[in-house]
Design a protein around this ligand. Structure first.
Ligand code: NDP
Ligand code: HSE
Length: 420
């Protein structure tokens, strides 16, 4: 029998306990050994929960229990789980985690600490989709040219409901929290950080890049409003929060931000809490992965797959797929040099000469306007909704700065990149 201690018996931890019980026969058959969750750690012992394991509020009860073979970390956070996981590995216990925030900051030192001890994290990226397995094992013969994914279920759920049902931002955020999709602090979701954590994990496996969230472009969906949604609909775009890794010669762009994508693209069809990831390998071409990216059971499915893997072999492949940071020679690209198309929302005075000023400032930076719509806003003010032809990121940023400095816009402009 393999004994499991679960640190954090919340949304995911409870599902892990329930599925280990409900699917015991098939799990035992696949693992070749019975897997039993013996105890769990929670913060609040008086909270009612639907699990039958012994609960404690002291992590050491699990870490010091020599009969426990595998520690499953499902408490969330960064530094506290880091200490817990480190201790578990130092005691020779295998570890499984779903915690992407932990790995965004500590994946390389944890890989060193783990050494030959199994450390698995399939659920940390795209919940129930086996994307770590695909990238680390299935595609390991390839140079990875790009990874493009919808990796935050909460944002995708919110954007889908805003587009399809016209629901307001605040109402829909509350709903996704109630459904168990959102992080304990939902700013991780809507601010793009959760997707960035996942992108960094995938970029380590694909490129051996040792970047932190602070090193890459991260923008969330907080400023998206009904005008942006109306523009997307009018011009046949879908609005998604994308996490993108793209190589170009000796550089790799890593970025997370809202994107307008033509409705003809496959990834635009991924709606609701579903996640979808496209990976292009130099030999295999494009591969697509689709499935539930959040929620207790879907995430627990990936956690238990890792436990079964450990039960079968006793050790994992090197945690990030190679023993040392991969010497791919790729360095992080400066996003200011990126060239793409842009959508802009500018709140301006409704009077003569304003449009000319906007066109002049954009024109001076070689930014060519492709489409333009004017929408009524507050009294005396209108929203100009523009899309541009391809131009450089730095030119757009400078143009927006100049529009503000020249007093042409009445509020902070909104800029959304278009991926075509
Ligand atoms: P929850 O907030 O539902 O559960 C966290 C659990 O950890 C709770 O049982 C909580 O106790 C316990 N806990 C937190 N801090 C402490 C502490 N200091 N001491 C003891 N116990 C503590 O989170 P989720 O289950 O949603 O998420 C768990 C992990 O899985 C996170 O890293 C998350 O990012 C990741 N994840 C979540 C997904 C999802 O869809 N929910 C999907 C993919 C990954 P108590 O119940 O008493 O508060
Ligand atoms: N909060 C995350 C999401 C959970 O919404 O995708 C899965 O990592």
């Amino acid at each position: 029998m393999l004994k499991v201690g679960i640190i954090g018996v919340g949304t995911v931890g409870s599902s892990v306990c329930q599925i280990l019980e409900a699917n015991k026969d098939i799990i035992t058959a696949r693992a070749g050994v019975e897997i039993t969750p013996v105890s769990g750690v929670v913060h609040n012992l008086s909270k009612k929960r639907d699990v039958s394991i012994k609960l404690t509020d002291n992590v050491d009860d699990i870490l010091n229990d020599d009969s426990i073979d595998i520690v499953v970390e499902l408490m969330g956070g960064v530094e506290q789980p880091y200490e817990v996981v480190k201790k578990a590995l130092q005691k020779g216990k295998a570890v499984v985690t779903a915690n992407k925030a932990l790995l965004a900051y500590h994946r390389y030192d944890l890989q060193d600490i783990a050494g030959d001890t199994a450390f698995e994290f399939e659920a940390a990226v795209a919940g129930g989709i086996p994307i770590i397995n695909a990238l680390r094992d299935g595609l390991s013969a390839n140079h990875i040219e790009s990874i493009k994914g919808i990796m935050n279920g909460t944002c995708n759920y919110m954007l889908t409901r805003m587009i399809n049902d016209g629901v307001e931002y605040e109402d829909i955020l509350k709903e996704s929290q109630e459904l168990g999709y959102a992080e304990a602090d939902p700013t991780f979701d809507v601010g793009g950080f959760d997707a960035a954590h996942k992108l960094l994990i995938l970029a380590s496996i694909a490129y051996g890049i040792d970047a932190k969230p602070e090193d890459i472009l991260i923008e969330g969906i907080e400023n998206i409003n009904s005008d942006d949604i109306a523009f997307a609909k009018e011009f046949d775009y879908s609005l998604k929060l994308l996490a993108i890794a793209k190589t170009n010669e000796d550089e790799v762009e890593l970025r997370v931000h809202p994107v307008l994508i033509p409705n003809s693209e496959m990834i635009s069809k991924i709606d609701g809490v579903m996640n979808g990831v496209s990976v292009i390998g130099d030999k295999v071409g494009e591969t697509m992965y689709y499935g539930p990216g959040a929620g207790g059971d879907a995430t627990a499915s990936a956690v238990i797959a890792n436990i079964i893997d450990i039960a079968r072999s006793g050790k994992s492949t090197p945690m990030l797929g190679f023993n040392k940071p991969l010497e791919s020679g790729l360095k992080l690209a400066n996003i200011d040099n990126m060239v793409t198309k842009y959508y802009l929302r500018l709140e301006v005075e409704d009077k003569s000469g304003v449009l000319a000023k906007v066109a002049t400032i954009l024109g001076d930076k070689n930014i060519s306007i492709k489409t333009m719509v004017q929408k009524a806003s507050k009294t005396n003010s209108v929203n100009l909704l523009l899309s541009t032809h391809s131009c450089k990121e730095l030119d757009i940023k400078n143009a927006l700065k100049e529009l503000k400095n020249a007093g042409v816009v009445n509020s902070e402009p909104t800029m959304i990149r278009i991926e075509e």
